[in-house]
Design a protein around this ligand. Structure first.
Ligand SMILES: [Zn+2]
Ligand SMILES: [Zn+2]
Length: 134
């Protein structure tokens, strides 16, 4: 092959590589932008969750949304049996790290709760408040 043909091919190849790199770079940048946007959105949701839900004893804000998984089975004759699919759910309108006291029903963090009962209820309900006031 003549030299100039090799040169032409090499140049064409370089140009192609460069175009591909630019394209990849563009995709990476876009992904980063989208990830940052969704992180900001998430932080906003967590902040809202924290403002809305607090432990009624120590006042700590909720930082974790409620998460749960549901499993559904789909049955079919072919292929025989069924297929299992797990779906993850996240609810930013429910706290995942605060729990309702079994006695008073108010939101309580795990530090202020024992055996499903908040500290106030464990220490005698309303009396607890009298001791704390002042
Ligand atoms: Zn607490
Ligand atoms: Zn309670």
């Amino acid at each position: 092959m003549a030299d100039w043909r090799k040169k032409a091919r090499r140049k064409a190849q370089e140009r192609e590589d460069k175009a591909r790199r630019t394209q990849e770079e563009e995709v990476r940048r876009r992904e980063l932008r989208e990830r940052r946007a969704s992180e900001r959105e998430l932080a906003k949701k967590v902040a809202r969750l924290g403002r809305k839900f607090k432990c009624h004893i120590c006042g700590v804000s909720s930082k974790e949304p409620a998460r749960w998984t549901t499993t559904s089975w789909s049955y079919s004759d072919f292929p025989p049996g069924g297929s299992r699919s797990d779906v993850d759910h996240v609810d930013y309108d429910k706290p995942g790290d605060l729990f309702e006291c079994n006695d008073c029903g108010r939101l309580t963090c795990s530090d202020c709760m024992e055996a499903g009962m908040c500290r106030k209820c464990a220490e005698g309900g309303i009396l607890w408040r009298w001791f704390r006031v002042g």
